[in-house]
Write a protein that binds this ligand. Sequence first.
Ligand SMILES: [Zn+2]
Length: 166
Amino acid sequence: MAGHENTRWRRAIKAAEALFLTNELGSARNIGELTKIVSAKTGKRITIDHVDGPDLAMTTALWVEFSDSSLIVLRAQDPAYYQARGLFHELGHILFQHPACEALGTAMRADRYRGGHVRGRVLIPDHRQPTIYGNEQHEGEAEAMAKILGRHLLRARFDADDKMFG
Ligand SMILES: [Zn+2]
């Protein structure tokens, strides 16, 4: 990793840690409590939906914004760890109040989903492949938040599907 990328990543981690603390995200013991905290911050209900189908062929997580709510769609057939990472990534964008998730190019993005405006979708990359990022600062911050949330909530639990989304 080049030096300037290192600096950018450290900056993203610092910013995410600060948000984690000011929003008291550490008090969340599960994903339900986490989304409640984020929802209280944005004033919008956050719904998590697990779907199975071609809609998400190239997507681990999809963030769809409605006027009064936010929807995060996760691919049901993904392992729980990937679903959680995708969810945390999109929650990271919401916490940072980014305009969108640009982990994939616009060409791969549908504008509408179930009547809502698609703000972003992320495909958790195979670790052997380079990550395709649009706005690197935003994506770095979302990834940093995902990492911190994962470290907090997934500790030795990522094989317990039923508990994680309980
Ligand atoms: Zn993103």
